[in-house]
Design a protein around this ligand. Structure first.
Ligand code: ADP
Ligand code: MG
Length: 414
């Protein structure tokens, strides 16, 4: 690796780490990205140009100050350098010089944006009206100058590179923890490290949403019901059906069985809400795999017919709650705290850490990393939801996935 941290860069990172991150809610992102003009996208890039370095700087600082020599593990250093390198790229990107006229227009954009994004209470109708008025005014008055288009393109290209650089962060941090365990002869990670991982991965989810959203708004054609990566009408039944198919398929493949346990789905076919579909798929897939595994391992291979798993979706005013129940024998009460720790798994030989495995959600193996539950709970909490397990040892487990419907909860920022 040729990239190296310089003292000057370290100083700049320290400076940025003094600022608190700014939270963004799902609703704010939707309002911002509804009809993005090049000017809006430019403003978005400006926001990220400030916000991402702050968030990255906090992570660099944290990776540098982990307890008990964990910071010195080669894989932790590697990840720290990725964060620092991305920080450097963003902060050294040249911004265009804009004429007073363009700045004036951008200023009105800013005004318009802050009015809308900071006022989630504004009725949807008025919002639409405001957007229409604004766009009419805009499209008639000017077309955006080349330096705006050019900057948007360069910024997006840079973000695509950064996102890719950080693809393997979860597995590389996991490697770092393994290096630490070996060097210290430790079996379990303590509360401090567990808390660090929760903070670190939570922050990563936030950064990737901001980056993913900006890339999508800049590169993808508008799709019905989508604003970037957010679907304003995420259909729960459709996603659950896909997750069931995927989990059953991987279960059959993994155990070499003809038919995985069936999953009974109870869900209003018309139920939809505003969410990031990729997150919901990920959580459902992970919880379902755990249930299928528990049932297959309890009832044995081969079995004529396995006990079914049930997936029940309830639509409340505040929450959509998804309960996944299995008869896989449950979890001893004493083991419940451990299921939320990273790398806790009852699979005997952990599959090889494939640095590519993060890249596609659905290449994740059946089980064995011990990341399924803790990461799913972070996804749930990220938008104001939660994930809980209730086990009846000797019978089975119920997983409760709560998803917040109001979508106005702001990011939990570490
Ligand atoms: P992994 O599946 O890779 O082991 P997870 O975080 O998904 O990691 O789960 C951690 C552990 O929790 C599992 O290894 C298993 O022992 C236990 N567990 C999770 N869900 C269930 C379930 N539905 N029934 C029984 N045990 C479960
Ligand atoms: Mg799992």
């Amino acid at each position: 690796m040729s990239w190296k941290m310089t003292p000057k860069l370290a100083e700049r990172i320290q400076h940025y780490a003094r600022f608190p991150p700014t939270g963004v809610s799902l609703r704010q992102m939707v309002q911002f990205g509804q009809h993005p003009s090049p000017g809006t996208l430019f403003r978005g890039a400006q926001f990220l140009g400030e916000e991402l370095p702050i968030r990255l700087a906090h992570r660099v600082q944290e990776l540098d100050h982990l307890p008990d020599g964990l910071s010195n593990m080669p894989s932790i250093q590697k990840v720290k350098n990725w964060y620092a390198q991305s920080f450097e790229e963003i902060t050294s990107m040249p911004h265009p010089k804009l004429s007073p006229e363009v700045r004036e227009i951008l200023y009105s954009t800013k005004h318009h944006l802050s009015e809308n994004t900071h006022n989630p209470a504004l009725p949807v109708n008025e919002q639409k009206q405001a957007n229409k008025r604004y766009h009419y005014h805009f499209d008639n008055k000017t077309s955006w100058p080349a330096e705006i288009h050019d900057f948007n393109q360069r910024f997006t290209r840079m973000l695509i590179g950064i996102k890719r650089r950080h693809d393997a962060v979860v597995t590389t941090i996991a490697q770092g923890i393994n290096e630490y365990k070996h060097s210290r002869q430790r079996m379990q990670i303590d509360d401090t490290i567990q808390a660090f991982l929760d903070r670190f991965y939570m922050s990563r989810i936030g950064i990737r949403i901001l980056i993913g959203q900006h890339i999508a708004l800049n590169t993808e054609k508008p799709r019905e019901n989508y604003v970037g990566i957010i679907c304003t009408k995420t259909n729960v039944r459709e996603l659950a059906t896909d997750a069931i198919d995927n989990a059953r398929f991987i279960c059959e493949d993994h155990y070499g069985i003809f038919e995985a346990p069936k999953v009974q789905l109870v869900c209003d076919p018309d139920l939809s809400f505003m969410y990031v579909p990729g997150h919901l798929s990920h959580m459902l897939f992970e919880i379902l795999k755990n249930s299928l595994r528990a049932v297959v391992e309890k009832e044995g291979i081969p079995a004529d017919e396995y006990s079914p798993v049930k997936l029940i979706v309830a639509a409340g005013k505040e929450d959509i709650t998804i309960k996944i129940s299995d008869e896989g024998g449950g979890i001893p009460r004493s083991a419940i705290p451990y299921v939320w720790t990273y790398m806790y798994t009852t699979v005997e030989s952990t599959p090889d850490l494939d640095p590519d495995f993060n890249k596609s959600d659905f290449k994740a193996p059946m089980a064995g990393f011990g990341y399924g539950l803790p990461i799913s709970r972070l996804y749930a909490r990220y938008f104001g939801g939660d994930l809980r397990l209730i086990s009846m040892e000797g019978y089975g487990t119920d997983a409760y996935l709560h998803l917040n419907r109001l979508s106005s909860s702001s990011e939990p920022l570490p």
